[in-house]
Ligand binder design. Structure first.
Ligand code: 13P
Length: 252
């Protein structure tokens, strides 16, 4: 069954908070006996600690960013090889905040994705349109370009690939896509994945952007919304656990 949940903590939390949140989520998963796959994406300084804390957990650990290669003169970067070496299993690629604030574009994202997978990492690739693009009727064109420039003609390990639809206008705004808007885009994305040669029916396409417990059940009840990539609401154990519960309910 397609179901997948991820927590993007972004640049938040002090060490003690990260520790408490991780422990609470691990306990929550244990208490419910959930087998639901979920990945926590903490700031890089907490990766090693989370890998150790979650070694016997259903929860996995992912990096919010990584640079292609092993070693090199790239001040400030952490390589995909280094991430994989310490037990990180996932990496986020193409998040709109990386595209917007750090100027990351297709060619680099493509290198990141290919290098990450070659080093054994699984990837969440994020796509999404801005408000101006949506209002100009360009949503599908923008998404198609974002998919093609990174995924076409590449040797993608589709069994280690998740696609996230994160409309930029919904991230951190308190306004999430309606279930209809999300379903329309997710169905489009799945069709594009098929066109690019992916086994699209087996790939999780998850939604992100102001995803809160109150909206989760209706969003996850859409046939092509296979889970979520949660920002703000993943910083509280109770709200992330409620979102997990909603996903299990929608897919039961
Ligand atoms: P918010 O849930 O805070 O809107 O963030 C979404 C996001 O960017 C997850 O990657």
């Amino acid at each position: 069954m397609r179901q997948f949940l991820a927590a993007n903590w972004k640049m938040h939390l002090y060490p003690i908070e990260a520790l408490h949140l991780t422990t609470a989520l691990h306990k929550g998963w244990e208490r419910h006996g959930w087998t639901l796959p979920a990945v926590l994406f903490p700031p890089a300084i907490y990766l090693r600690e989370l890998v150790a804390l979650l070694s016997n957990s259903r929860l996995q650990v992912g990096a919010q960013n990584g640079y292609p290669g092993e070693f090199g003169a790239f001040t400030g970067e952490v390589s995909m090889a280094q991430l994989a070496h310490i037990g990180v299993k996932w990496v986020l690629i193409g998040h709109s905040e990386r595209r917007q604030h750090f100027g990351e574009t297709g060619p680099l994202l493509r290198r990141k994705l290919q290098d990450a997978q070659q080093r054994g990492l699984s990837v969440i690739y994020c796509v999404g349109e801005t408000l101006a693009q949506r209002e100009a009727g360009q949503t599908f064109d923008v998404l198609q370009v974002q998919l093609e420039e990174v995924l076409s003609d590449g040797a993608i390990a589709w069994d280690r690939f998740v696609l996230a639809y994160e409309p930029v206008w919904a991230i951190g705004t308190g306004v999430h896509a309606t279930p209809q808007q999300a379903q329309e885009v997710h169905a489009f994305l799945r069709a594009q994945l098929a066109r690019l040669g992916a086994p699209a029916e087996g790939i999780c396409v998850v939604y992100g952007g102001s995803l809160k417990p109150s909206a989760a059940l209706e969003l996850f009840s859409q046939p092509d919304v296979d889970g979520g990539l949660v920002g703000g609401a993943s910083l509280e154990a109770s709200s992330f656990l409620q979102i997990a519960q909603a996903l299990l309910q929608a897919r039961s």
